[in-house]
Design a protein around this ligand. Structure first.
Ligand code: HAM
Length: 437
């Protein structure tokens, strides 16, 4: 097709798409967003919305020049005034830019933000990996404590629990403080030096530019040397060690299940201390459904005050796909409370008036204006899962009475048309809990 959708992106549709693509159903997105907003309230997080593009330099400085995101995956363009701009590949840097620029740190000692936003990465598309994906992200800015790390991890796992997800793996690691990382880099240098000629071309480049990035390599030829690499846990400063031990103890105290993954470094350069990733066994290669960590130096490095922070991002596509694979049921969105089928022009006008009156009373109502045969209109009422249906033809108009049909029970009741709006409003009140939230 001449005007087909670009590679790596997708439509979210109001119709149920093909079975295997049910994650693109807009009703599922609406449901997950509702859960996010409830969760955010329970954890005291407030929404922040930043633009879809930022100055390129912001991501280079924060995510890191040698990261895959910055070196290979950014959608960067120059605007008409020759400024370099980039479609947001992740949410943390824009939130921090906004936090600094709007001086939000002057408002409260701890700020907890959340966002639901599209991100753009020029990656090789495959199942679970897209060029536009959506993240629910959370950033807690203000304190460097193990308690704060654990609150963020608890929020993330509680999100998955509320969605009904099971069998997720929560992997935790620490990258320590600057001293720990300096010692660890030296040890990695010694280790990888021995195997340099057998590393992948990307990892050879990482060896001199940013050695910890090698641990994040997915190249098969690197895996053996990554597995035998020293563990960061042996190079922690006493302060970093104590922070990490406290995180582990608190996670257990809250009853969360987790495991230590000593080679977990994450793909972005701004992290220090705690890092974590949640994966699903059901997703194949792209199994990370969420990840995050502490980034204490980022705010200062972007020109703000020296304030610590921790957060996560979790991919909504991968979550929806996991929910589907695990057979999680989504609530079906409510159909119209009443579906009018007018037979003839006069009846249409009357039905439109009732429909408008009911909608103005905040009752979902629909009138069939298709002009199709009665049978087809009834099929549509069924398809839309209308609660009631009312057919108005010449007889009904003449007698001033009609049969109000309850679709689920197939039972009909005669009503006086002059009373119709009042009756429907009353039924809606009575059946609200049953049919509509
Ligand atoms: P990230 O691990 O790069 O972290 O992305 C977070 C999540 O977004 C991943 O776990 C994955 O579920 C999803 N994701 C990433 N790339 C794609 C893709 N191409 N297609 C589909 N889903 C994808 C961050 O972005 C950090 N900003 C998280 C964070 C917030 N750290 C601290 N605060």
């Amino acid at each position: 097709m001449e005007y087909s959708i670009p590679k790596g992106v997708f439509d979210i549709l109001p119709e149920e798409p093909q079975k295997e693509d049910a994650w693109r159903n807009a009703a599922h997105w609406e449901y997950i967003e509702k859960i996010i907003r409830e969760l955010a309230k329970d954890y005291g997080c407030r929404e922040i919305r930043t633009p879809i593009f930022e100055r390129t330099e912001l991501f280079v400085r924060s995510v890191g020049e040698t990261s895959d995101i910055v070196s290979k995956e950014m959608y960067t363009f120059t605007d008409k005034a020759d400024r370099s701009l980039t479609l947001r590949p992740e949410g943390t840097a824009p939130v921090i830019r906004s936090f600094i620029e709007n001086r939000l740190y002057t408002q409260r000692p701890i700020q907890k933000f959340f966002y639901i936003a599209p991100m753009f990465r020029y990656e090789r598309p495959q199942a679970g990996r897209y060029r536009q994906h959506h993240q629910f992200g959370m950033e807690a800015i203000g304190v460097c404590s193990a308690e704060q790390d654990v609150e963020v991890i608890d929020l993330l796992t509680e999100f998955y629990r509320r969605l009904g997800l099971k069998n997720l793996k929560v992997a935790i690691n620490t990258l320590g403080d600057q001293d720990s990382r300096a010692a660890y880099r030296e040890a990695l240098h010694k280790h990888f030096q021995l195997h340099l000629d057998r590393l992948s071309p990307d990892s050879k480049a990482r060896f001199s530019r940013n050695i910890m990035r090698i641990l994040d390599s997915k190249s098969p030829e690197d895996q053996e040397f990554i597995a035998s690499a020293p563990s960061v846990l042996d190079f922690l400063s006493p302060a970093a060690k104590s922070h990490f031990e406290k995180v582990c103890a608190l996670l257990s105290a809250l009853g969360l299940e987790w495991e230590i993954a000593p080679r977990l470094v994450r793909g972005l350069d701004y992290y220090s201390h705690t890092v974590f990733e949640v994966s699903s066994g059901q997703l194949g290669a792209q199994n990370a459904i969420g990840g995050g960590g502490r980034y204490d130096g980022l705010i200062a490095s972007l020109g703000g005050p020296d304030i610590p922070a921790v957060g996560f991002g979790t991919g909504l596509e991968r979550i929806l796909q996991t929910m589907e694979k695990q057979g999680v049921q989504f609530p079906s969105p409510p159909g119209p409370f009443i579906y009018f089928i007018p037979l003839g022009g006069q009846a249409s006008l009357q039905c439109m008036k009732w429909t408008a009156a009911l909608r103005h009373s905040r009752i979902p109502a629909e009138v069939d204006l298709s002009g199709k045969k009665l049978q087809t209109c009834l099929q549509t009422a069924n398809l839309l899962q209308a609660v009631f249906c009312l057919v108005i033809g010449e007889d009904e108009q003449r007698s001033g009475k009609a049969q109000l049909k309850e679709m689920a029970t197939h039972q009909s009741k005669e009503i006086v048309l002059d009373d119709l709006v009042g009756i429907i409003i009353q039924y809606h009140q009575e059946k609200k809990g049953k049919y509509h939230e």
